[in-house]
Design a protein around this ligand. Structure first.
Ligand code: CA
Length: 224
C-alpha cells in the first residue's frame, strides 16, 4: 500500500512518514503542492494525505487538479477547524478530513478505513436499481452500461442509498454512516455530496433515481 503525503512543514511530514512507515505503508513525501501534484499524477498511490495549507498552490487547488484525473482517496489535513473548509474540501472531492493537531492513531484509523473502503470485498453481490449497477467488489458503478467515476465518499454514499433502496435516509443518518459526523450542523456536507452524486448518476438520464423527501432526507428508488 503506497501513501503520498503532501505536507510542507518538515516536522509534520516526518511525523507522518515515520508513523505510516512503521505501520507498514510505503510512504512518499512531497513538500509542496506542485511536487505533490506531480508525484500523484505519475505514481500509483493508494491514498493521498493532503495538507490544506501549502506554499504556492494550496491543498484545495491540489485537490481540484487531482480530481480532474484521479479517483485516489484523499484525506485532507487542516489547522483550521472551520466548517466552510470542511464543506469546500468535500465539495472538491476529499474523502475524509482531519483537523490538526491530531493524535497519530486517529489518522491511522482514518487511513485504514479509507483504504479498506477502496478494497475489494469478495463475494459481495452487485446491487441493481433499474439500469444502475453498483459493484462493491470492483468498486465500480455503471448506469446503462456507462462507467461512472465516483470518489470514495460518493461511492460509499451511493452504496448506502442502494443497500437501503426504497428506504428514506435522513441527512443525519447519512452524515453519521458515511462521514462519521454526528452533529446536525454538518449535514450541509450531505447535501453537497448528494448534489455531486446526482450530477453524475441522475442528471444525464431521464429517469431520476435519487429523490429528496422534503424535511426528511433522501431515497434511492425507481418511481416509474
Ligand atoms: Ca502546511
Amino acid at each position: 500500500m503506497k501513501i503520498l503525503v503532501i505536507e510542507d512543514e518538515p516536522k509534520a511530514a516526518e511525523y507522518l512518514r515515520q508513523g505510516l512507515a512503521e505501520s507498514g505503508y510505503l510512504v512518499e513525501v512531497a513538500a509542496n503542492g506542485v511536487d505533490g501534484l506531480h508525484a500523484a499524477a505519475s505514481g500509483d498511490h493508494d491514498l493521498v494525505v493532503l495538507d490544506v495549507m501549502l506554499p504556492g498552490i494550496d491543498g484545495f487547488a491540489v485537490l481540484s487538479a487531482l480530481r480532474t484525473g484521479k479517483q485516489v482517496p484523499v484525506l485532507m489535513l487542516t489547522a483550521r477547524d472551520r466548517i466552510d473548509d470542511k464543506v469546500r474540501g468535500f465539495e472538491l472531492g476529499a474523502d475524509d478530513y482531519l483537523v490538526k493537531p491530531f493524535q497519530f492513531p486517529e489518522l491511522l484509523a482514518r487511513v485504514r478505513a479509507l483504504l479498506k473502503r477502496n478494497q475489494a470485498v469478495p463475494g459481495d453481490p452487485v446491487v441493481r436499481v433499474g439500469e444502475l449497477e453498483i459493484d462493491p467488489v470492483r468498486h465500480r458503478a455503471t448506469r446503462g452500461g456507462q462507467r461512472i467515476d465516483l470518489s470514495a465518499k460518493e461511492f460509499a454514499l451511493l452504496s448506502l442509498l442502494a443497500q437501503k433502496t426504497g428506504q428514506v435516509l435522513s441527512r443525519t443518518q447519512i452524515a453519521s454512516l458515511v462521514w462519521d459526523i454526528h452533529f446536525d450542523s454538518d449535514t450541509n456536507v450531505v447535501e453537497v455530496a448528494v448534489r455531486r452524486l446526482r450530477a453524475k448518476i441522475d442528471d444525464p438520464f431521464p429517469e431520476k433515481l435519487i429523490h429528496t423527501v422534503r424535511g426528511v432526507g433522501y431515497v434511492l428508488e425507481r418511481r416509474v
